[in-house]
Design a protein around this ligand. Structure first.
Ligand code: 5AD
Ligand code: SF4
Length: 447
C-alpha cells in the first residue's frame, strides 16, 4: 500500500523545528511518511510563528500558495499549527479559507486523531485549548537520518512578561520536564549516534523552578555532561536576570558544555529596558558578561536587540551602540520592533516611525558586522575542534562543521569525517564562516 505523504514547513525558532520533528514522529504512526516536495503531499502542515508581524505575513502568503495544490488534489489536507495558530484560532479560516486544520501549541498530541477525523468526515477542525501539562513535552522527536546534532526540549512556556513579547500568551506558563526523562532521551540519542545536543526552552535558566523535581539547570548540565557519547552541549535561550553564578561556573566545570552563550540584551538603555520590563539594568548585564569571561575567558557571547521600541529616543539607541562597543558580541540578531496583539507594549505611547527604526537597524547591523569580522579574524592561526556535520555548500570536496563557539568552519575533507570532532587550523575568516585545514582528530584541549 502506498504510504501517505506529509510535508511540513517550519517558521520561527528552534523550538518549532523540534516541534515539527515531533509532529513527523507522531504522524508516522498514522502511516504518514515525510516528503520534501509539497506537490507529493497528502497532508501539508505549516508550523507557524507569531513573534513579529513579518513572520505572520510570510506564513499567510505561503499558505496562500498552497491553494493551487488543493485545487489539483481535493483530498489534500492543509493545516496551520503552532504559535500563530494558537493566537488566531478559528480566525485563521477567515484569512485562509482553504485551510482544513488549525492546531495550537498545546494540542500537537491530538494531530493524528484530528487528521484521521478530517480524512473520514471532511470539514474544518480547530483546537487551541490549553493543557495544564503540555503533552507534547513527552513526545520524542526523531532526528533526521544521519544527524550528528539535535535539539532536546527541556522546558517550555515562559512566565516573564517582556512588554513586547507574545510568547507567554501562546506557549503558556513555564513547565519543566523531569531530569530523568531528559537524561533518558539524551542517552537514547547518544546511542543513535548523536554527538551534540542543544537544550531548548524559552528561558532555560529557570529550568526546574516550576516542577523540575528539585534540580536546577546547572544540575541538568552536570548530569548530561556525564552521558557517554555526548561530546557537546549547547543551550538556548537564557534570560540575563536568571543567569546564576552556578550556571556561570558550569562553563569551566562541565567538559562538553560549549563555550558559547546566547544572552539577549534587547537594549543598552536602562530607560528602555525598564519600559520593556526586562528586570535588569545595562550595568548588571555587563557584570554578568564580565563574570562569564572570568569563568571562561574565550567564551563567545551572542545576543538579540530590538530597535525602535516605543519611546526609544536617539540617546537610548546610542546607549545600545555603546554597550555593543563595550561587549563586542561575537554575533547579534537584531530586529525592528513589531507590535503584537495582546502584549503590554501594544498601544504604548511614542511609537518610533518606521523610517527611524529602519535607519537604526542599518546603523546597528553595520557596527555588528565590524565586531563579527573582528572576532572571526581573531581565530585565524588558531586550531579549533570542529564537529563535522556534513558536506559544505561550497562543493563535495569540502566538509562543514562548527567550533565549540558555534562558528561555521569549511575545510577540505572526506565524508568519512562526518560525526567526528577534528582539529582544524583556521586560515581565513569571513562574516558568516571560517575556513581551515584539518590537523588532527579529537576535541583536544578546549581553547
Ligand atoms: N518585535 C521585534 N522583535 C521581537 N522579539 C521578540 N518579540 C519581538 C517584537 N515584538 C525578538 C527579541 C527576542 C527574539 C527571539 O525576537 O529580540 O529575543
Ligand atoms: Fe515564534 Fe516565539 Fe512561537 Fe518560537 S515561541 S515560534 S519564536 S512565537
Amino acid at each position: 500500500m502506498d504510504k501517505k505523504k506529509l510535508y511540513i514547513q517550519t517558521f520561527g525558532c528552534q523550538m518549532n523545528v523540534q516541534d515539527s520533528q515531533k509532529m513527523a514522529a507522531l504522524l508516522k504512526e498514522s502511516g504518514y511518511g515525510t516528503t520534501e516536495d509539497p506537490r507529493e503531499a497528502d497532508l501539508i502542515l505549516v508550523n507557524t510563528c507569531s513573534i513579529r508581524e513579518k513572520a505572520a505575513q510570510k506564513i499567510c502568503s505561503q499558505l496562500g500558495r498552497f491553494r493551487d495544490l488543493k485545487e489539483e488534489n481535493p483530498h489534500l489536507l492543509i493545516g496551520a499549527v503552532g504559535c500563530l495558530a494558537q493566537q488566531w484560532g478559528a480566525r485563521f479560516f477567515k484569512r485562509i479559507p482553504h485551510l482544513d486544520l488549525v492546531v495550537g501549541t498545546h494540542q500537537i498530541h491530538r494531530l493524528p486523531e484530528m487528521v484521521a477525523d478530517l480524512e473520514q468526515k471532511g470539514g474544518q477542525a480547530v483546537e487551541t485549548g490549553r493543557c495544564e501539562s503540555v503533552r507534547s513535552l513527552e513526545i520524542v522527536a526523531q532526528p533526521p537520518e544521519g544527524a550528528v546534532s539535535t535539539f532536546v526540549t527541556i522546558m517550555q512556556g515562559c512566565i516573564n512578561r517582556c512588554a513586547y513579547c507574545v510568547v507567554p500568551f501562546l506557549r503558556g506558563p513555564e513547565e519543566s520536564r523531569p531530569l530523568d526523562e531528559i537524561l533518558r532521551e539524551v542517552r537514547m540519542l547518544a546511542a543513535e549516534g548523536i554527538r551534540e545536543v542543544t537544550l531548548l526552552g524559552q528561558n532555560v535558566n529557570s529550568y526546574g523552578q516550576a516542577n523540575g523535581g528539585g534540580h536546577d539547570f546547572a544540575d541538568l548540565l552536570a548530569a548530561i555532561g556525564k552521558v557517554e557519547g555526548i561530546e557537546r552541549i549547547r543551550f538556548t535561550t537564557s534570560h540575563p536576570k536568571d543567569l546564576s553564578p552556578r550556571l556561570i561556573d558550569s562553563f569551566g566545570k562541565v567538559a562538553p558544555l560549549c563555550e558559547h552563550i546566547h544572552l539577549p540584551i534587547q537594549s543598552g538603555s536602562d530607560r528602555v529596558l525598564a519600559l520593556m520590563n526586562r528586570g535588569y539594568r545595562a550595568e548588571e548585564y555587563l557584570a554578568k558578561v564580565a563574570a562569564l569571561r572570568a569563568s571562561c575567558p574565550d567564551i563567545a557571547i551572542t545576543s538579540d536587540v530590538i530597535v525602535g521600541f516605543p519611546g526609544e529616543r536617539e540617546e537610548d539607541f546610542q546607549a545600545t551602540l555603546a554597550l555593543m562597543r563595550q561587549v563586542r558580541f561575537d554575533n547579534l540578531f537584531s530586529f525592528q520592533y513589531s507590535e503584537r496583539e495582546g502584549t503590554a507594549a501594544a498601544g504604548m505611547a511614542d511609537p518610533v516611525p518606521e523610517a527611524v527604526k529602519r535607519e537604526r537597524l542599518v546603523i546597528l547591523q553595520s557596527l555588528q558586522m565590524e565586531h563579527t569580522g573582528e572576532r572571526n579574524r581573531a581565530r585565524i592561526g588558531r586550531t579549533e575542534g570542529v564537529l563535522v556535520e556534513g558536506p559544505s555548500k561550497n562543493g563535495p570536496q569540502d566538509m562543514t562543521g562548527r567550533t565549540r563557539a558555534n562558528r561555521i568552519v569549511n575545510f577540505p575533507g572526506a565524508a568519512g569525517l562526518i560525526g567526528q570532532v577534528v582539529q582544524v587550523r583556521i586560515t581565513e575568516a569571513f562574516l558568516h564562516s571560517l575556513r581551515g585545514e584539518v590537523e588532527g582528530r579529537g576535541e583536544g584541549d578546549v581553547h
